[in-house]
Ligand binder design. Structure first.
Ligand code: KG4
Ligand code: ZN
Length: 341
C-alpha cells in the first residue's frame, strides 16, 4: 500500500488529505476562508496567506487523525506549487518541504490544474483515454486533450476572466454576495433563462479560447438599465427580473462551455469527457452535459461536489502519478504564481 499526504493552499482554502493507493480517500479536510473574504466580495490575498499560516498545522493534524494515520505511515508528501496566489502557495509549499525534510519523505510538487483533472479519477478510476478535460473554476477555464494518463495538452483557455470569476463578478454587481456561483445556481432555478439575450463570445481567429469579460459587461449594462445594479450585498433575491437575468447569464456560460468541449471532442475524435473545478458543481452545467452525453454518445464524468471545489485529495491523487514515475521535487522547488499545465 502507498499512502500520500496532500496539501493545498493555492487560494482561500487550507486543505490536507490522506489518500491510499490512488483512490481511497482516508481523510479530506478543507478549512474554508469564505467568511473572512465575503464582505470584500472576493479573496484578499494578504488575508488569505495569513489565515493559511494560522490554520495549516491544525488542518494537517486533523487530516492525519481522521485517516488514523501516523507520520510513519506516509510514503510521500504532495503539495500544490502553483498556479495561485503566491503568498498562499508559499504556506503550503513551506509546510510540505518541512515535513518531507523532517520525515525523509519524497516531495511531490503538483500543478493545481493537474489536481483538478485527477480529482475525477478518484471516484472513476477506469475513465478511458483519450479524454478531454474541462477545468472550470474561479481562477481557470481551460480545456486539455489527454491522449494518455498524465499527459495534458491545452487546446483552449480563457483570454480574460475565468468562468467562475464571471459568476462571482456578476453576483457582486447585483449585490448578491460571494462566492457568486452557488448563489446564481440557486436563484436561476425555475427562472426564465431566455429572458435576456447575452453574448456568447467567439474568437475571430478560429481558436477555441474563451472570453467572459464581454458577457460580464453586457450583464452590467442590462442591470443598470433595469435598475438592478447594486453595491455590496443589497440585491433583491426575490425579484423575478433579477432571477431571469442570472439564469440568462448562467445559460450563456453553460452554452459556451459545452459548445467548446463538444467541438474539441469532434475535432479530436474523443468520446470521454471530464469536467472539474468549482463551476463543475453548477446544476445547469451538469444537466446540460448529461443531456449532451446522451445525444452525442459521450461518457461525461464529474467528481462529487466535495472533490470538485478546491481540496487536497485531488493534489494527493495527482501526487500518485508523480510518485509512480519517481518525479520527485527538489527541496529548492519554488512556489509559482503562474504555472501552465
Ligand atoms: O475550484 P474552486 O473551488 O477554486 C478555484 O480553483 O478557483 O472554484 C471556485 C469557483 C468560484 O468562482 C465559485 O463561484 C464557483 O467556483 N462555483 C460555482 C458553483 N459552485 C462554485 N459556479 C457556478 N455554480 C456553482 N454551483
Ligand atoms: Zn481550483
Amino acid at each position: 500500500m502507498t499512502r500520500i499526504l496532500g496539501i493545498e493552499t493555492s487560494c482561500d482554502e487550507t486543505a490536507a488529505a490522506v489518500l491510499d493507493d490512488r483512490v481511497h480517500v482516508r481523510s479530506s479536510v478543507v478549512a474554508s476562508q469564505i467568511d473572512l473574504h465575503s464582505s470584500f466580495g472576493g479573496v484578499v490575498p494578504e488575508i488569505a496567506a495569513r489565515r493559511h499560516v494560522e490554520t495549516i498545522d491544525e488542518v494537517i493534524s486533523q487530516a492525519l487523525r481522521q485517516a488514523g494515520s501516523t507520520w510513519d505511515d506516509l510514503d510521500a508528501v504532495a503539495v500544490t506549487r502553483g498556479p495561485g496566489l503566491i503568498g498562499s502557495l508559499l504556506v503550503g509549499v513551506c509546510a510540505a518541504k518541512a515535513i518531507a525534510w523532517q520525515r525523509d519523505l519524497p516531495l511531490l510538487a503538483i500543478n493545481h490544474l493537474e489536481g483538478h483533472v485527477r480529482s475525477a479519477f478518484i471516484e472513476h478510476p477506469d475513465i478511458a483515454f483519450p479524454a478531454v478535460a474541462l477545468v472550470v473554476s474561479g481562477g481557470h477555464t481551460s480545456i486539455y486533450l489527454c491522449p494518455e494518463e498524465g499527459v495534458y495538452r491545452c487546446v483552449a483557455r480563457t483570454r480574460d476572466d475565468a468562468a467562475g470569476e464571471a459568476f462571482d463578478k456578476v453576483a457582486k454587481l447585483l449585490g448578491l454576495g460571494y462566492p457568486g456561483g452557488p448563489i446564481i445556481d440557486r436563484l436561476a432555478q425555475d427562472a426564465d433563462e431566455r429572458a435576456f439575450a447575452f453574448p456568447r463570445a467567439q474568437m475571430k481567429d478560429q481558436s477555441l479560447d474563451f472570453s467572459f469579460s464581454g458577457l460580464k459587461t453586457a450583464v452590467r449594462r442590462e442591470a443598470q438599465s433595469e435598475g438592478l445594479e447594486c453595491t455590496i450585498g443589497h440585491g433583491d433575491e426575490s425579484s423575478p427580473k433579477l432571477r431571469n437575468m442570472v439564469a440568462s447569464f448562467q445559460k450563456a456560460v453553460v452554452d459556451v462551455l459545452v459548445d467548446r468541449v463538444l467541438r474539441v471532442c469532434r475535432r479530436e475524435s474523443v468520446r470521454t469527457v471530464v469536467v472539474t473545478g468549482g463551476v463543475a458543481c453548477n446544476g445547469r452545467l451538469r444537466r446540460r452535459f448529461d443531456e449532451t452525453a446522451a445525444q452525442e454518445d459521450l461518457a461525461v464524468y464529474f467528481p462529487s461536489p466535495p472533490l470538485t471545489t478546491d481540496n487536497a485529495a485531488m493534489i494527493a491523487a495527482a501526487g500518485f502519478l508523480h510518485f509512480e514515475r519517481k518525479r520527485f521535487a527538489s527541496p529548492s522547488t519554488p512556489a509559482l504564481a503562474t504555472l501552465p499545465l
